[in-house]
Design a protein around this ligand. Structure first.
Ligand SMILES: *Cc1c(COP(=O)(O)O)cnc(C)c1O
Length: 459
């Protein structure tokens, strides 16, 4: 679709809507001349040139890509009105759109219809809300998360005044459930955070197996699926009769999210949205009472539930809900909708991993479970320190090359490297390796070029 045309449609639509009221002359205090505005926007354009090409498949680094044009146009349309999804008074239309979008996401996770949930400004805030509810329910208990979990869990535990406990990861970067069980036997843990798609490696914790531990030890389970949550579509695909993708993902773990107490997913990662769109869902709607407050000036136009009554944040962009809703009309959460985009990303990762596995001067750090590939340059007899230096050097040379590719660097310990590559000695020092998040479907057609450039740089 054409963003230029869609943007014009968005602006024209809002202008038409505004024309339904008596004309307003803008106050002289907000006036700017077109020449001056053009000048400053030109300057902004120059400043924004200082960016990596996130839109391009040669950008195979961090979790970054532009929103879908439909999301951008919808965001623009709603943003010109600028509703605030805190209260129905701030934007009845976008509050309704948020509820519909949330219902679609809850259905993707196979959550019950009476779930409680809302959008947030980020995955971090969404996780904070889930941990806040966990603390309210188990005020004296600790929260356990894997050593591979997102770094913000530790920080949010500190913020909430809850003890956070790290659980070791296994040799694939997933939470080690034997270690978790050992910890649960100490009877101090109230909530376990499981990750469906770790930020570094895209590893999926064995959520299905953790359900048994929940039953045995009575802990709450929260799933941080900020990055990998939309792969739940793939997780249910084969199960519901639709063909599963050609390249499997840990489907049982994804289907088990349905049984967990809360889950977080970031539409601004794999949901084609601009930043400012996270989401938290609770299985049991009664946790809503923990959010109770009695603001003297917000909720007046209706006795219906206002989203601000179940959110830690006050103002939230109604435009974010409008953009997500629009995107979900065009890309429903089905194998043929958003699932087709994820399928291409997953296939890109599988092919890149296979190509790297067959390369003389490259080594795969571990097999990808989703669409994040970790690898490093290799010469026989390298030490961990050599791998570190060679990775950093390749990262820099790749970016500076005439036909650049943009990668990212991940830090692992020499011990983790040794567990996967026993010919490299163990140690406690950190080692940089390379990491490519293949979150654009265009990566599927670019993998061979990317690999060829990596081989050239590593050789
Ligand atoms: C990105 C990410 C987060 C943090 O989300 P933000 O939207 O960046 O705040 C949390 N957990 C995981 C697993 C993530 O990948």
């Amino acid at each position: 679709m054409d963003l230029d045309a869609a943007s014009l449609q968005a602006v024209a639509t809002v202008r038409r809507w505004e024309a339904g009221w008596p004309a307003v002359t803008p106050h002289s205090s907000v006036a700017v001349t077109p020449e001056r505005a053009q000048q400053v926007l030109e300057e902004l354009g120059r400043r924004l040139g200082d960016n990596y090409p996130f839109f391009h498949p040669s950008y195979a680094g961090q979790m970054l890509k532009p929103p879908h044009p439909a999301a951008a146009a919808a965001y623009l349309m709603a943003m010109l009105i600028n509703p605030n999804n805190h209260a129905l008074d701030g934007g009845p239309a976008t509050a309704a759109l948020e509820r519909e979008a949330l219902a679609a996401i809850a259905a993707m996770f196979h959550y019950p219809a009476d779930f409680l949930g809302h959008l947030t400004s980020s995955g971090t805030i969404a996780n904070l809300e889930a941990l806040f509810v966990a603390r309210e329910l188990r005020p004296d208990a600790a929260i356990a998360f894997s050593e591979e979990a997102h770094y913000t869990h530790e920080r949010m535990c500190r913020l909430l005044g809850v003890r956070g406990v790290r659980v070791p990861a296994d040799a694939r970067g997933r939470m080690d459930l034997a270690a978790l069980e050992h910890l649960l036997q100490t009877d101090t843990i109230g909530t376990v955070v499981l990750t469906a798609g770790t930020t570094a490696l895209g590893a999926v914790d064995p959520i299905d197996q953790a359900l048994g531990l929940r039953d045995r030890y009575g802990v709450r389970l929260h799933v941080d699926a900020a990055y990998g949550g939309f792969y739940t579509i793939q997780g249910w695909a084969g199960f519901e009769g639709a063909p599963a993708g050609p390249e499997g993902i840990p489907a049982a773990a994804y289907r088990a999210i349905a049984e967990c107490d809360s889950v977080v997913v970031d539409p601004h990662k794999h949901g084609l949205q601009p930043y400012g769109c996270g989401c938290v869902l609770f299985r049991d709607p009664s946790v809503g009472h923990f959010y109770v407050h009695d603001s003297p000036y917000t909720y007046f136009t209706s006795s219906e539930l206002h989203l601000g009554e179940i959110s830690l944040e006050c103002s939230r962009a109604g435009a974010a809900a409008a953009a997500l809703w629009t995107t979900l009309q065009l890309f429903p959460l089905t194998p043929d909708g958003l699932g087709a985009i994820l399928g291409a990303c997953r296939r890109a990762a599988v092919s890149l991993a296979r190509l790297i596995g067959g390369s003389e001067h490259l080594r795969l750090y571990q097999e990808p479970e989703l669409d994040i590939v970790a690898y490093f340059p290799w010469e026989g007899g390298m030490t961990a320190a050599d791998v570190d230096a060679a990775s950093q050097s390749l990262f820099e040379r790749a970016m500076a090359a005439e036909d650049p590719v943009y990668l990212s660097v991940a830090r692992v310990t020499a011990g983790s490297l040794h567990r996967r590559h026993s010919n490299i000695e163990a140690g406690s020092e950190t080692v940089r390796i390379l990491r490519s998040v293949l979150m654009k479907p265009e990566h599927e057609g670019f993998v061979e070029v990317l690999h060829e450039r990596l081989v050239r740089l590593a050789g």
